[in-house]
Design a protein around this ligand. Structure first.
Ligand code: IMP
Ligand code: MG
Length: 178
């Protein structure tokens, strides 16, 4: 285990099983439909790579980069688009893939933004949902794990751009950011 991690919450094996389960559900729900998977960079890049391989069907993948944090461990609610989608979403079935839903403010902004481009449908798949933290009701159709209210890193999730490479999701020791 990395020295800055105080506890492993979800192991590599648990995450893989979760991606498989979610991928199978998505395959069934979108059977016969072409899906546009929107990866929210950077945090969701590893989850997307795993999830997409468990989706059986026609899939296109695009990327969008937003920033809501800077090097702090809590949400500012301010969202900035750093990279926009290349694909047109009009008339498409869109599934936004997110790493973690904390306040929900990032996702709320993204949903409003993408909805204005008139997709045929839009849903959200999030690997983690922080219990009781949502300040806004975002409808997240697919949730991997309910996560305790701790700052977590690994499997794509960062603190100040570090720890994304950890193959598990763990609690960042508060000594690192206090
Ligand atoms: P929200 O706008 O508060 O829902 O925050 C969403 C974004 O903040 C996520 O996509 C993550 O990039 C980041 N984030 C929120 N909580 C954590 C955490 O515990 N660890 C790492 N990143 C987080
Ligand atoms: Mg982040």
């Amino acid at each position: 285990m990395h020295k800055d991690i105080s506890q492993v919450l979800f192991s590599q094996e648990e995450i893989e099983a979760c991606a498989k389960r979610m991928g199978e559900q998505i395959s069934a729900d979108y059977a016969g439909k072409k899906l546009l998977l929107v990866t929210v960079l950077k945090g969701a890049f590893i989850f997307m790579a795993d999830l997409a391989r468990f989706i059986d069907g026609d899939v296109e993948i695009d990327f969008m980069a937003v920033s809501s944090y800077g090097a702090e461990a809590k949400s500012s609610g301010v969202v900035r688009i750093i990279k926009d989608l290349e694909a047109s979403v009009e008339g498409r079935h869109v599934l936004i893939v997110e790493d973690i839903l904390d306040s929900g403010l990032t996702l709320k902004y993204l949903l409003r933004n993408i909805r204005s481009r008139r997709p045929l449908s839009i849903e959200v798949a999030a690997l983690l949902l922080k219990e009781g933290k949502q300040q806004t009701d975002v409808n997240c159709k697919y949730v991997g794990f309910i996560c305790p209210d701790e700052f977590v890193v690994g499997y794509g999730l960062d603190y100040a751009e570090m720890y994304r490479n950890l193959p598990y999701i763990g609690v960042l020791s508060p000594d690192v950011y206090s």
